[in-house]
Ligand binder design. Structure first.
Ligand code: 13P
Length: 251
């Protein structure tokens, strides 16, 4: 199987008022045919901007995603949003199990799996996040932790064509620190083996993104690592110029 088509994804986190949508216009201008032929581009704004962002990028081949969803379709869950609602707004991806949600909202692997299931049931693609903390890496537990997260957050019954995995070491998020390319290669190969164990040949086609302090200056090196099929970008996705600078790693 040929390597999966790269995906460069932006996670705006809890950032962005309506004025931020102008970055999408700039992004659409910079996402030229040469780049479109090589990669998929995705922006995940806060839930409030999913609808207008999908309208703003209509026709630009920039996909819009959400950062979280409820496990259910509808019902008495005040303040929550379902994957179906996000799809109705034009989202085609939903991030689930980001470490900030695992930490801030106590989301377990079982919850993340239920959310991923809901995303797939809504016909959308789930970006399932995994990654170890600094303490876990220092204790040489990184692969064991990520292995447990993969096993607990994915399901052999999921359609692998609708799954993306994002490896985001918690200690690399928003810190300017990144693992060595050797460490990234080792973890992505480990994740690839787990995906092949779960989904057989189709596991080779599941995109594995790297996330954590990806910038225009380090994107080429990180995206060049074997089994790195794109990036999940936080801070540097907020400015179209920076995000395009990261995507340019694939030019
Ligand atoms: P930064 O790119 O800001 O380190 O964030 C990474 C991230 O958490 C993306 O989901």
């Amino acid at each position: 199987m040929t390597a999966p088509r790269p995906l460069v994804a932006g996670n705006w986190k809890m950032n962005g008022l309506k004025a931020q949508l102008k970055e999408l216009t700039e992004l659409a201008q910079g996402f030229d045919d040469a780049l479109k032929s090589k990669i998929d581009l995705l922006v995940c704004p806060p839930a409030t901007l999913v609808c207008p962002a999908a309208n703003a990028t209509n026709g630009a081949r920039i996909a819009i995603g959400a950062q979280d969803c409820h496990t259910g379709v509808s019902g008495a869950h005040t303040g929550d949003v379902s994957a179906q609602m996000l799809g109705d707004c034009g989202a085609t991806f939903v991030i689930v199990g980001h470490s900030e949600r695992r930490a801030d909202h106590g989301e377990s692997d079982a919850t993340v799996r239920a959310k991923a299931k809901a995303v797939l049931a809504a016909g959308l693609t789930a970006i399932v996040c995994v990654g170890e903390t600094r303490a876990q890496r220092e204790a040489n537990e990184a692969t064991a932790v990520v292995g447990r997260q993969i096993d607990g957050s994915l399901d052999a019954l999921f359609d692998p064509a609708k799954i993306v995995v994002a490896y985001e070491p918690v200690w690399a998020i928003g810190t300017g620190l990144t693992p060595t390319t050797a460490d990234v290669a080792q973890m992505h190969e480990f994740i690839r083996h787990r995906l092949v164990a779960l989904y057989k040949e189709a596991g080779a086609g599941v995109r594995i993104l790297y996330g954590g302090s990806v910038k225009p200056s380090n994107a080429r090196e990180l995206m060049g690592v074997k089994n790195v099929d794109g990036a999940l970008v936080g801070g540097a996705s907020l400015k179209a110029a920076d995000f395009l600078g990261i995507a340019a790693a694939y030019r």
